[in-house]
Design a protein around this ligand. Structure first.
Ligand code: GLN
Length: 476
């Protein structure tokens, strides 16, 4: 079985020189997907159409026709992003049988540049989770150790890249769902600035936090996919009209000033081996000419509570549309309209989603609105001001990606709060709307991957990817 190459540039050169055809390339991805079926990566593989599309590209190469910027790029999409005429469930029973009537803008843009979508990947229901265990399709397993979780909610997206079943995965990141699984599976994961990629066609979880994110083997491929998918979209009023940089162009970042927060690194929840790996990376950066600045940050213990108050509030509103009337699952055991709403939602939503709808409804209720929702909004503003102040002085902020290494499947099921706390380092980028990338930073002695995050000023994805690139060449 042919092992697919790991960069789009190499793939395109190979296709042009006839080393292999696009059809052979997709065959090998499909074979890898089947070989690793037991990891539960794909909800659906689009085998027949993928083969047809590959054939078309082979014909075009043969005829010397002009091809799009992403020919040769095979992408998996999380089952939360719309792909016209394909099933879409957000891993929830409530959307059972739903077929997407339109493309997400990001998907449309990728297809227009000749990317091929190989299938839709498993995830946590509506993106709610950190381990890919909250899915009607069952858990996805980590390719580094199949007794362990791949992270979440875009867990299967990360495994799809980790196990060479595609080159790129499109996920979504509301509080770390692209970066944390990337870190658990030893791949790269970028959450762009809020508004950089249109959210049109992305099933909403918490609208002021959600962003489509990109997972891949390296910053170069991610840059090329970002270049195509980013940009203003009339269908999403929150998409940024700022021009798109040429993220794939080389850029030198010399002697960057990088901040880290002692309160986050000395935090009791951070596992010792992750802390040591983090400190090692700091040393490496220092010796390659970066100045490392230690900063105080007084909001360490407010990150997770602020995130969960605000996202559950937004989720309770966003998920009110699933009422048994408009989409997917409708209960058959109801005699009145009211009953039908209640029964459809009771039968359709999983436990974690119900927990969050209830929490969100509570913090938005009349007697508690100011104490929780308004307060959390104020804290969000304070956190954002504080971080932006640090980024006026420094170019980047560096953080661990997760407080822990991938845990055993089932191990944390009964302790949702402990799982929430493990999101401490990733939610910061969503609370502030800033771009952030998770970079693989080694493995422990059992082969479990470590990851670190780098965050930068709003819309400075080019700098972020350039720094990630220089770190990659220093470590490989
Ligand atoms: N783990 C976080 C949560 O459960 C993040 C999820 C996400 O980014 N979609 O909310």
């Amino acid at each position: 079985m042919m092992t697919p190459k790991k960069s789009l540039q190499e793939i395109q050169l190979d296709l042009q020189s006839g080393d292999y055809s696009m059809s052979e390339l997709v065959d090998s991805y499909l074979q890898y997907a089947k070989k690793h079926e037991s990891l539960n990566i794909y909800i659906e593989l689009y085998e027949e159409e993928v083969k047809k599309q590959a054939n078309r590209i082979d014909q075009q190469i043969k005829n010397g026709a002009q091809l799009g910027a992403l020919y040769g790029c095979v992408i998996s999409i999380k089952d939360i992003i719309s792909y016209k005429d394909h099933g879409l469930t957000a891993a929830s029973k409530i959307l059972d049988g739903y077929i997407s009537p339109y493309h997400a803008t990001a998907v449309e843009r990728l297809l227009a540049e000749d990317a091929i979508i190989i299938g839709r990947t498993n995830c946590d229901e509506f993106g709610m989770g950190s381990a890919n265990e909250n899915s009607i399709y069952g858990p996805t397993k980590n390719g580094a150790d199949e007794h362990r979780v791949p992270g979440g909610s875009s867990g299967a997206s990360a495994v799809s890249v980790q196990m060479n079943t595609c080159l790129i995965a499109l996920g979504s990141d509301t509080g770390g769902s692209v970066r944390q699984p990337a870190s658990f599976c030893g791949v790269y994961g970028l959450k762009p600035s809020y508004g950089r990629i249109s959210r049109y066609g992305l099933i909403a979880y918490a609208s002021s936090f959600d962003q489509i994110g990109i997972l891949g083997h390296g910053p170069d491929d991610i840059a090329r996919v970002l270049e195509v998918s980013a940009g203003k979209d009339p269908m999403d009023a929150t998409s940024a009209s700022r021009p798109i940089d040429r993220y794939s162009a080389d850029k030198v970042i010399s002697n960057p000033k990088i901040a880290y927060f002692s309160s986050l690194i000395d935090h009791e929840k951070l596992e010792e081996n992750i802390k040591n790996n983090f400190l090692q990376i700091l040393e490496q950066l220092r010796s390659s000419g970066a100045s490392i600045v230690e900063k105080g940050f007084e909001f360490a213990d407010y990150l997770v509570p602020t995130y969960y108050v605000l996202t559950t509030a937004e989720a309770s509103t966003n998920l009110s549309r699933y009422d048994g009337v408009r989409y997917g699952h409708r209960s058959e055991s109801s005699s009145t309209l009211e009953d039908m709403y209640v029964n459809s939602r009771t039968e359709g939503f999983g436990k974690e989603v119900k927990r969050r709808i209830m929490l969100g409804t509570y913090v938005l209720s009349e007697g508690y609105f100011d104490a929780y929702f308004t307060k959390a909004q104020q804290v969000r503003r304070l956190i954002t001001e504080e971080i932006n102040k640090v980024l006026e002085e420094c170019d980047f902020i560096i953080l661990p990606t997760s407080t822990s290494l991938p845990w055993r499947i089932g191990e944390m099921k009964e302790d949702p709060v402990a799982v929430y706390i493990s999101d401490m380092y990733t939610v910061l980028a969503n609370l502030t709307g800033l771009p952030c990338i998770s970079i693989p930073s080694g493995n422990n002695t059992d082969g479990l991957p470590f990851g670190i995050q780098i965050m930068s000023k709003k819309y400075s994805e080019h700098d972020l990817l350039a720094l990630a690139k220089s770190l990659k060449s220093a470590t490989t």
